[in-house]
Design a protein around this ligand. Structure first.
Ligand code: ZN
Length: 147
């Protein structure tokens, strides 16, 4: 279990230092801004939807290691998923982040963030990207905060 924990910490550090899908997306069809005032995390998410699937996704933002790595890992996981699948993952990720219970088949490397449930203030950091995503997938919603 300790080895797994080390692996997860390395994954978080790696995604924080080298965030994947970082930048804006000119072909974006949806976008949303997220803000976590408790920690000062900011996130802009750009999503390209085609045929009800997430064809591409990018983000820019500033914030703590948890918010940034969570956003980076999320983009790698949801790319290619349908909107329905992404919303299902959101539910599973939220359940994990608040309870620590891991549905590892569904969550894969998202399980790296399971330990945030021990730190209530960090849950908002980990959830920011996902809340921004679900806001971005709803029509007419431009800005979201985790408050
Ligand atoms: Zn944060």
């Amino acid at each position: 279990m300790n080895d797994l924990r080390d692996l997860y910490q390395q994954l978080i550090l790696d995604h924080n230092q080298n965030p994947r899908n970082f930048g804006t997306l000119e072909t974006a069809t949806h976008s949303a801004k997220g803000h976590n005032p408790l920690c000062g995390d900011h996130l802009d998410l750009y999503i390209e939807i085609e045929d009800d699937a997430i064809k591409d996704v990018r983000f820019v933002g500033t914030g703590c290691a948890i918010s940034k790595s969570s956003a980076s890992i999320m983009t790698t996981v949801i790319k290619g998923k349908t909107i329905a699948e992404a919303k299902e993952l959101f539910e599973k990720f939220q359940h994990m982040a608040t309870t620590g219970e891991i549905d590892s088949d569904a969550l894969g490397k998202l399980a790296a963030l399971a330990d945030v449930h021990k730190f209530p203030a960090r849950v908002k950091c980990a959830m920011l990207a996902w809340r921004t995503l679900t806001a971005g997938l709803e029509p007419g919603s431009e800005t979201t905060t985790t408050e």
